[in-house]
Write a protein that binds this ligand. Structure first.
Ligand code: SF4
Length: 406
């Protein structure tokens, strides 16, 4: 069951149900996962919701008893019904059905893919730094092909084009997006918003790429303190925050789905500050917000950046933000990641086509290369990646109590 878009019917009374366009699904031991590109969000499904998705994937009718599950799936954009069911935001929620413990997958959900080692920013917490500095001068044109080839072997449903800054090397990014889409991945572009968007718009539109823009505050000064520019790439006085806002607006004007992502540090973990940013994003028309607790890896692990580390209360604070946002019924999808507890929860293909995982200490570990088979890569994923935290990152696991029923 994957990438299947087959019309289905409620057995009786007739009400056409289909998987929503470009939704990707996969069977899992606990039921199924579904990825909704417009929201850039995974849902874990068990019981009736998983049964409905499996039926639709096979082209079978949906049982009338599953009408409630169909409604729940339609509300979060996994299925379409006729007449159209209204959608609701998933605020910190990613599970439909009953789960007595955090779900675990057998194969990865997401693989991150390096587009370039160049970046016009010098974010204080950058954890890609070790794959950038020494690689910059020797980048070659065939690397995006190697990255796409490695990513194709990784059995992940979603590929995130990242870096470095993909917008600063649009030609490499274009090649990579095409290669990843050809490998059957749903593609996400992960960007600071600083670089050239215009040359990429055709390929972004062609493959329905969801664009994530990084912003740590809507206050230009606060944002730029954490995300300063690199003077080798940009003239003095350039504001990363202003450029991010402009790109966000341009992406939305181009009709592409967008997310704002924010790294939560000691500088912005205050609940009122987060609420102010949240309300500002809603005012800008943003519909998806991801908050990542800063990971103590790369530059964030350096003693000089110790002051960035948030308090032990950061996850409860984010849980409270989610709860009040849901209670206020705000039109904003929110995802929270707590990968600071387990840096080895993310897969990354470096710009030379090797597959890495972040270690708790000592930087990145190469776990596979393009010469390996899919079985070898899957085995390496299971051996080196914290499987619970890998899923948790994409399914709001760090703020999700168990058992869960919805
Ligand atoms: S934009 Fe990304 S790659 Fe560039 S410095 Fe910031 S965190 Fe690192």
């Amino acid at each position: 069951m994957s990438s299947v878009r087959v019309p289905g019917r409620l057995a009786s009374p007739a009400a056409p149900v289909t998987l929503a366009p470009r939704v990707v699904t996969r069977e899992e031991q606990f039921g199924a996962v579904a990825y909704v590109p417009d929201r850039d969000h995974f849902f874990g499904l068990s019981g009736a919701p998983a049964r409905v998705v499996a039926s639709l994937a096979r082209g079978d009718p949906v049982a009338p008893d599953d009408a409630d599950a169909v409604r729940s799936l339609a509300e979060v954009g996994i299925v379409h019904t006729a007449p159209v069911s209204p959608q609701r935001p998933h605020v910190g929620a990613s599970l439909l059905g009953y789960f007595d413990e955090p779900p675990v997958v057998r194969e990865p959900l997401v693989v991150n893919c390096f587009a370039t080692a160049h970046c016009p920013l010098r974010c204080r917490y950058c954890h890609a730094d070790d794959l950038m500095q020494s690689y910059r001068d020797s980048e070659s044109d065939d690397e995006p092909w190697q990255v796409a080839r490695m990513a194709a072997i990784v059995p992940a449903l979603v590929a995130v084009v990242t870096g470095g800054e993909p917008l600063i090397r649009p030609e490499r990014t274009r090649v990579l997006i095409r290669g990843l889409a050809a490998a059957g991945k749903a593609v996400v572009l992960d960007s600071s918003g600083v670089g050239e968007l215009e040359p990429l718009l055709p390929v972004l539109r062609e493959y329905g790429v969801h664009v994530r823009i990084s912003m740590d505050s809507l206050d230009r000064c606060d944002n730029d303190r954490l995300r300063p520019i690199n003077r080798r790439y940009l003239p003095a006085g350039t504001s990363s925050g202003e450029r991010a806002l402009r790109t966000l607006s341009d992406v939305a004007a181009a009709g592409l789905a967008t997310t704002v992502q924010t790294v939560v540090t000691a500088g912005n973990e205050n609940l009122e500050r987060l609420r102010t940013m949240r309300d500002g994003l809603i005012g800008l028309g943003v519909r998806n917000w991801v908050l990542h607790v800063v990971v103590p890896a790369g530059k964030a692990a350096l003693p000089r950046n110790r002051d960035l580390r948030p308090s032990p209360y950061v996850l409860p604070t984010l849980g409270e933000l989610v709860k009040i946002s849901e209670d206020e019924r705000l039109p904003l999808n929110i995802r929270v990641t707590g990968t600071h507890r387990a840096p080895n929860s993310v897969l990354l293909v470096g710009s030379r086509g090797d597959l890495y995982v972040e270690r708790e200490f000592g930087g990145k570990l190469r776990i596979a290369g393009p010469e390996d088979s899919r079985a070898d890569v899957t085995e390496a994923f299971r051996r080196h990646v914290n499987l619970v935290e890998h899923v948790s990152r994409y399914l709001n696991g760090s703020i999700q109590p168990f058992p869960h029923e919805r």
